[in-house]
Design a protein around this ligand. Structure first.
Ligand SMILES: [Zn+2]
Length: 280
């Protein structure tokens, strides 16, 4: 346990980048070997667009990392936050920390991005992808990367998270997100067993269906029970899904980096109200 804490306390940025690139490569290879959807599309262009947004996400996070480190050092030095108040042992710090960082820094941040219009205008870029795969995980507008960074800092303040916990959480979060966005066809029994605790590909995909209310379900990233607790959990037949977002289905808007970067500043588009109810 001590060696894990020591490692994550001083996790070098090269190792953090390696987790991201390594996860992407592994899931990219296995989703191509066992895909759920075999739609023909320009994979090189699609990957290029999503890698561009992954790089901007990395740049934003590395550029502001000193704020996160400062926040963590401050809460630990001043005994602020839940695990500091509890003087919790390491194992309890780990459990409470991972749960609350995931709840506040991922689930709640994501839910808020869907319900606050100006935040949705940034988050919608993630939803414009009509061929969801592992590279979609980090397809975030730079503005959204800043929004998510702020939520992570708030979570660190509430939790009282030391740096080792933050790096451990972020490593897990990156890999889980790459996995649950992947186009991997997993045996249903395995997916069903795993989704009792974590968000699996079969659980998250419906969040990328182009129509509401499905895109407002299954917000989770690491743990699956937040959606069950807050009433946003749904199970559907993944084979019937159509990826994208109804307001941006045209390729000239959804497939070009320049257009995607401009979306947040080009006015709010309300979801389309469909005359018929859809059942998946
Ligand atoms: Zn979303």
């Amino acid at each position: 346990m001590d060696s894990i804490i020591n490692y994550f306390s001083e996790m070098p940025s090269t190792h953090r980048s390696l987790v991201l690139v390594g996860g992407l490569t592994i899931f990219f290879l296995i989703e191509n070997a066992a895909p759920l959807f075999t739609t023909k599309y320009n994979k090189a262009k699609h990957t290029g667009t999503n890698v561009f947004f992954t790089i901007t996400t990395i740049l934003v996070n590395f550029g502001m990392a000193f704020i996160l480190v400062g926040t963590s050092q401050w809460v630990v030095a001043n005994g602020i936050g839940i695990v500091q108040w509890l003087s919790a042992p390491i194992w309890l710090t780990l459990i409470i920390g991972l749960l609350l960082l995931d709840l506040i820094g991922a689930w709640f941040a994501h839910w808020t991005e869907h319900h606050v219009k100006w935040m949705w205008q940034f988050h919608v870029i993630h939803h414009t992808d009509q061929n969801v795969d592992t590279t979609t995980a980090n397809r975030h507008h730079p503005g959204e990367s800043v929004i998510r960074f702020v939520f992570t800092c708030i979570a660190v303040l509430i939790v009282g998270a030391p740096m080792w916990l933050i790096f451990l959480y972020q490593s897990l979060s990156v890999v889980l997100s790459q996995w649950n966005h992947s186009n991997l066809r997993m045996p249903l029994w395995l997916d069903n067993a795993m989704k009792l605790i974590v968000c699996t590909p079969n659980m998250h995909r419906v969040h990328h269906h182009y129509r509401q209310p499905y895109s407002d379900m299954n917000y989770g990233n690491i743990f699956s029970f937040w959606d069950r607790i807050f009433g946003t959990y749904i199970e559907v037949d993944n084979e019937k899904l159509v990826y994208g977002v109804d307001t941006y289905m045209k390729q000239e808007e959804a497939g070009k980096i320049g257009s995607l970067l401009k979306i947040p500043f080009s006015g709010y588009r309300d979801h389309i109200e469909y005359p018929t109810k859809e059942s998946l």
